[in-house]
Design a protein around this ligand. Structure first.
Ligand code: BGC
Length: 806
């Protein structure tokens, strides 16, 4: 039999140069993989080949270091990883690229004159804030098309982890604190991507709710919170959109590594939900404390990025009888089923994606994802009436006016953050900043301030590059946040003379491996507060509006300063067309219709999870490298004491004041909700509501359906979102009737004692509104009991005991 060392020597073979050694040539040299002969190919594979197929072919970071399988040269520069090729059986390597906000590959390549920039789409929070599944599906189609045309087979997204706490460093990649929003947006993006003949990898399965110690932390959480919250979004995506692949997360759940947790990866994911694709691990080396064979048996089909030692483990475990070959065969079969679907297997002829068309898609989605948090009437921007100028400014510089001019403060006005840091960043062809976006729509910026900031940005970027901290690997993986510059009273006085309005951009950056701090990240820094104070005192005294743009992928503190400004627009990290989208919204070219998919608390500590969330992380060092394993709370383990009371489930149930509630977002028009009907149809519940535009400009509105359950055996949150629907653009006076259909199962809670989903019998209250705190209509409906037994797995035995001891 061919030894593993010999096999690895053959790793220099590439998919393009299938020269076979004599060892490989017998006895099935003519057999080549087809979708109809998977069984036959499986039979023909040696144990070593099977083991190799279950272990990835390395990633860019390591190719060349010799550490990885490296079964072929990298096929797409900058892609996150590869599966191995077995040329003798016609099994090609397949390529996995990062997402989720676009394809993450190297844009410029040695010896190649072509460029490979990818469209920067809005980050997860912005995309979800559209509440528009059709639009999100279109974004998915565009991402899928770029994945395909750039030679990749799977894009590593969508990110489906919940916003358990606003401080999580990767919240920007995820959609919401609510599993229904997460699931429906995730399913829409999955359908869009997979419509292009490539796959997704829904990640990170599951409870990867913090970055600190992410590869080892034990998330201790009840079965109920797991089922109702942390697994729910994945369940919706699996049931509604058949993702090709799922990525198992780094962390432990109730004492077990997710990557070796058979109860989750097989019992729940496959047996209960019917998942048919492959599970791959998140990118990690062979673990010392998790045997590779356990991962295989658990249903982890692919170890990524893949180390030779893992393939060796599989071979040895089978030979020693520690791993039943049936698990290897089952996972290999699933790998082959995946491979035959890929463009690379099908020999797709790649061409260049249409980046111009995709720029339009991203612009539409970023515009629709922006959330107007405050507007005292100054938006959309209109020429100031109070200035008393003989020559009145015209917004678009038309009609003889001298043109509307704004003073743009804040470094991120000039270095607009299109996306976050780490694997989730996209190498975009350009980013439209605020100056450019406003200019494109005919609004000028004051020249001196613009020049000062633009020069500073150039200087600060060059300096950052020169001072590069070797620990900050992600500096090359996105736009780092530059320091602010101090804005003096004199500077404001000067700007006031020239500008009709002030716009202040507050930027925040975040990324992989690092959670956010409260001071200076969730909260404003002293310099930012001073900037707002100084600009607002002078501009508002002169009757000129002050508008704040939040260029942050995540939630921020607003209550301490919001009274000082006239309008706040949360622009998130909206992708490459961000500046154009902000300008469209500010000037009324687009009417904002984004709604928050998470609660904005008054203080970060208002979330009950904050006390069990890492907060003292040193920004540029990984805590897990320093003495992990000493029983440190929120590092070695994290207790989910808040249980199911995450986000609005907590704030609404316990009636806590918030800065902006879940589902909130302003419009330039008004809507009226009427004719709410709720009817049972067997195991379905049909809900319909009519939305009318009662204002003066066209706009879209989101109908959010919350349900309050009757008092029963199980404790319940005050209300839970069960569905939502968005209108088309309604002209003034126009109406649309929206319908939403639920399963009775969707109303169920998880009953741990009976290990079942249960919708208790009784009168349910169906409530439609445009935020969790603005319910417009309610309708009661009697529902009969519904139950569904599931496996009693993933209980926090040890964790609960520990909690009890506290
Ligand atoms: C991240 C994943 C990513 C993978 C490949 C990991 O560190 O957690 O989200 O897809 O790397 O880059």
């Amino acid at each position: 039999m061919l030894g593993l060392t010999a096999l690895l020597t053959a790793t220099t073979m590439t998919a393009q140069t299938p020269k076979l050694s004599a060892d490989f040539a017998t006895p099935h040299s003519d057999l080549k993989l087809r979708s109809e002969n998977i069984d036959e190919v499986l039979k023909a594979m040696t144990l070593e080949e099977k083991a190799q197929l279950l272990v990835g072919g390395g990633n860019d970071a390591f190719v060349g270091s010799g550490a990885m399988m490296g079964h072929q040269k990298k096929l797409v520069a900058g892609a996150a990883g590869l599966t191995v090729a077995i040329p003798r059986l016609g099994i090609p390597a397949t390529v996995l690229t990062d997402g989720p906000a676009g394809v993450h590959i190297d844009p410029i390549r040695e010896g190649d004159t072509k460029t490979y920039y990818a469209t920067g789409f809005p980050v997860g929070t912005c995309l979800a804030s559209t509440w528009n599944t059709e639009l999100v599906e279109q974004v998915g189609q565009a991402i899928g098309n770029e994945t395909l045309e750039y030679g990749c087979d799977v894009v590593l997204g969508p990110g489906l982890n919940l916003h358990r706490n606003p401080l999580c460093g990767r919240n920007f990649e995820y959609y919401s604190e609510d599993p229904v929003v997460t699931g429906l947006i995730g399913a829409a993006v999955t359908k869009g991507i997979q419509s292009q003949g490539v796959g997704v990898s829904a990640k990170h399965f599951a409870v990867n709710s913090q970055e600190n110690s992410r590869t080892k932390v034990d998330e201790r959480v009840s079965q109920r919170a797991l089922r109702e919250l942390y697994l729910k979004g994945f369940e919706i995506v699996v049931r509604q959109s058949n993702p090709w692949t799922i990525m198992s997360s780094y962390n432990k759940i109730n004492g077990f590594y997710a990557q070796g947790y058979k109860d989750m990866l097989t019992t729940i994911l496959r047996d209960e939900w019917g998942f048919k694709g492959i599970v791959m691990t998140d990118w990690i080396e062979k673990r010392a404390d998790l045997p590779t064979e356990m991962e295989v048996e658990a249903g982890n089909d692919l170890m990524m990025p893949g180390y030779p030692a893992q393939a060796k483990d599989i071979v040895e475990a089978v030979k020693a009888g520690r791993l039943d070959i049936k698990y290897v065969d089952q996972n290999v079969r699933r790998m082959l089923e995946y491979i035959v679907k890929t463009p690379r297997f099908k020999g797709y002829q790649y061409s260049k994606p249409d980046l111009d068309a995709h720029a339009k898609v991203t612009r539409q989605s970023s515009t629709e994802g922006m959330v107007l948090l405050k507007n005292n009437g100054c938006l959309p921007l209109t020429p100031s009436k109070k200035r008393g100028d003989s020559e009145a400014p015209s917004l678009l510089g038309e009609g003889g006016g001298r043109g509307y001019t704004v003073a743009l403060f804040g470094v991120n006005s000039y270095d607009f953050l299109s996306g976050g840091l780490g694997s989730g960043c996209v190498n975009v062809p350009y980013v439209v900043d605020m100056v450019q976006g406003l200019k494109n729509i005919g609004v000028k910026t004051t020249p001196l301030l613009t020049e000062i900031y633009q020069n500073y940005v150039k200087y600060a970027k060059a300096k950052l590059k020169a001072d590069k901290n070797p620990m900050m690997w992600f500096l090359d993986q996105g736009q780092p946040k530059l320091d602010e510059i101090e804005i003096s009273e004199r500077c404001v006085t000067h700007e006031l003379r020239e500008a009709d309005a002030a716009i202040i951009t507050i930027g925040r950056q975040a990324g992989e491996g690092v959670d956010r701090k409260i001071d200076g990240e969730f909260n404003l820094s002293q310099m930012e507060q001073d900037m707002i104070f100084r600009v607002s005192s002078q501009f508002r005294a002169a009757g000129k509006p002050v508008i704040v743009i939040l260029n942050s992928g995540s939630v921020m503190e607003t209550c301490s300063w919001r009274d000082r400004v006239d309008a706040i627009l949360c622009a998130w990290q909206p992708g490459e067309e961000g500046g154009n989208s902000v300008a469209d919204v500010l000037t009324g070219k687009a009417n904002p219709s984004g709604k928050l998919t998470m609660t904005w608390p008054i203080a970060a500590t208002d979330h009950p999870s904050t006390k069990n969330f890492p907060q003292d992380m040193d920004m540029y060092s990984y805590r897990e490298m320093k003495g992990w394993g000493r029983g440190i709370p929120n590092e070695d383990y994290t207790n989910h004491e808040e249980d199911i009371y995450v986000g609005y489930r907590y704030f609404d149930t316990f009636q806590k004041e918030v800065a902006y509630p879940f589902g909130f977002g302003l419009s330039y028009t008004t809507f009226e909700f009427s004719k709410l009907t709720v009817k049972c149809r067997g195991n379905l519940v049909d809900v319909s509501v009519t939305v009318k535009n009662t204002g003066n400009v066209a706009g879209k509105e989101v109908a959010q359906l919350y349900v309050t359950a009757p008092k029963g055996k199980l404790e319940k949150p005050a209300q839970e979102l069960k569905a939502f629907a968005k209108t088309r653009e309604l002209q003034p006076g126009e109406s649309e009737t929206l319908t939403m259909t639920l399963l009775k199962r969707d109303l169920a809670s998880f009953d741990e004692a009976g290990s079942q989903w249960i919708t208790e019998a009784g009168q349910y209250l169906f409530k439609v509104g445009n935020s969790s705190r603005d319910i417009k209509l309610t309708a009661p409906l009697k529902i009969t009991e519904y139950t569904e037994s599931v496996n009693n797995v993933m209980a926090p035995k040890q964790a609960l005991n520990l909690l009890k001891q506290k």
